[in-house]
Design a protein around this ligand. Structure first.
Ligand code: ATP
Ligand code: MN
Length: 463
């Protein structure tokens, strides 16, 4: 007998096969006629397969009649067409082996609807629920789609380091990496002496792989890095995590317009793949989480993203009737409420904002001829706001050096980054997409903590 997944067993083509299925019982229902129905799930699909267990099985009274949600079993049986509504197949068991019981009294996942807040406290068990199983499959689909897209476009996947000495955003919101004893660190003139730390200097967890991946773009052309990033920003919002995954493509000989075009095709590809490959899960999100989510995604695949200079966005926001909590003024960063207004209300599709004030953006973004703005672009989507942040990079040595000094960065620390501008400099650009923001947007989940397996946020690193 062949082991197959529940997803496969649910397909009509499987009728007539003798198979082995393994998974967890979602529910048990006993019929007066002396047999039982088990709903079996193994994570391969949202739907369960119904297993019919006849009373003649030797362990029927001793084990089957005690099965409760969460118990794990191996079922051997034959797949037949199901007369029941909402399912095309069912399995008639020839044997059921029980592996692990799950005490019905104490098992935290009861049949009732649990709040997402409660489920965060049992993050080790929540993947067994419909919602979190569906999120795991969508997240997997998005990750695969990211690799497929870039591989097909001829990009090289480059692995950039996690431990770093440079603060890419210049924001100083980094986690320190050290092996010094916090109770008794070596000191030099009152200060902690980091020359005696593991790396001989202060080191941190990376906030972005961009600076490193630029070295590869300026050597092999089109590259991307895709890995965990860390930000110690103390923002308790529904769209910030302290640890998240980011995909960062970086392209030599791309200007900002080329980069916007690539990012738009990239987002449409991811959304299209999820709609096509996770149709059952998306139906679920549309029914249970957000009843506009499929329509929004279908709209995205067909729409043309708006391209809007920051300065024009400020005018639109200023002249709108909306009462914003944060003031709108040229030179201020946009808040989530402003980003959402533009994509949700004003344009009802993704908006690519570009040419931001130099004062609110990092040193590496290319200065425009107006001297006030830089070649930055953010992609804003309904509900989530910013999903992508990118820019054309400053490739002119002197201008870059000035920008560093302006932002109080020590050029000595970035000597290798400056070298890229001294030897064979090229125009180049790139962007970063937060994987969780993407999954949050696609599934319609309200809180980013629910689209990563084990969220890390201020005060939370359990599991
Ligand atoms: P925001 O303004 O929303 O805090 P940012 O401008 O700091 O984001 P970037 O530095 O441009 O973000 O990072 C690129 C992308 O990484 C963002 O567009 C977003 O998708 C994602 N991202 C940034 N910070 C976080 C975070 N703390 N948690 C999850 N995703 C994030
Ligand atoms: Mn950004």
């Amino acid at each position: 007998m062949q082991k197959i997944s529940v997803a496969e067993a649910r397909r009509l083509e499987s009728v007539g096969r003798e198979v082995v299925l393994q998974g967890w019982v979602r529910t048990r229902r006993d019929s007066k006629a002396g047999f039982s129905f088990l709903e079996l799930n193994d994570g391969s699909s949202l739907g369960n397969v119904q297993v019919i267990v006849r009373g003649e099985l030797p362990n029927y009274e001793s084990q089957i009649k005690h099965l409760s949600p969460g118990c794990s079993v191996t079922v051997e049986g034959r797949i037949q067409a199901s007369p029941g509504k909402g399912q095309s197949t069912e399995v008639v068991a020839q044997s059921v082996t029980v592996h692990g019981a799950a005490d019905a009294e104490s098992y935290p996942l009861q049949k009732k609807q649990h709040s997402f807040e409660f489920l965060r406290t049992i993050a080790h068990l929540r993947p067994r629920t419909n919602t979190f199983g569906a999120i795991a499959r969508v997240r997997n689909c998005v990750s695969r789609s990211i690799h497929n897209f870039f591989q097909e476009e001829g990009f090289l996947y480059v692995h950039t380091p996690i431990i770093t000495t440079s603060d890419c955003e210049g924001a100083g919101q980094m986690f320190r990496v050290t092996t010094l004893d916090p109770a008794n660190p070596p000191r030099l003139d009152e200060e902690v002496d980091y020359t005696r730390d593991f790396f001989g200097r202060p080191t941190y967890l990376t906030v972005s792989g961009q600076l490193d991946v630029e070295c590869f773009a300026c050597a092999v052309g089109k590259v991307y890095t895709f890995g965990p990033t860390f930000r110690a920003e103390n923002s308790n919002t529904s769209r910030h995590l302290a640890e998240f995954w980011m995909v960062e493509p970086e392209m030599a000989f791309f200007d900002l317009a080329d980069t916007m075009e690539l990012a738009e095709r990239f987002l449409k590809r991811i959304v299209g793949d999820v709609l096509g490959q996770c149709a059952e899960d998306m139906q679920f999100f549309n029914q249970r989480i957000d009843d506009t989510v499929i329509a929004t995604l279908e709209g995205i695949v067909q729409s043309q993203f708006v391209r809007l200079p920051y300065s024009e966005a400020i005018e639109i926001l200023k002249s709108s009737d909306e009462k914003f909590e944060f003031p709108v003024a040229w030179g201020h960063d946009l808040q989530a409420e402003h980003e959402r207004y533009l994509s949700e209300r004003q344009f009802q599709r993704p908006v690519i904002l570009f040419d931001y004030p130099r004062t609110i953006k990092p040193f590496y973004m290319r200065l425009n001829d107006d001297g006030r703005t830089v070649r930055a672009m953010d992609i804003l989507v309904p509900k989530v706001g910013e999903i992508v942040g990118g820019s054309q990079r400053e490739e002119r040595y002197d201008v870059l050096l000035e920008r560093m000094k302006e932002q109080d960065l020590d050029p000595e620390d970035y000597w290798w980054y400056l070298d890229l501008r001294r030897y064979g400099a090229v125009p180049h650009s790139g962007f970063g997409l937060g994987l969780e923001r993407a999954v949050q947007f696609i599934t319609g989940m309200a809180n980013i903590r629910d689209v990563i397996p084990f969220p890390r946020t201020p005060g939370n690193a359990e599991f």
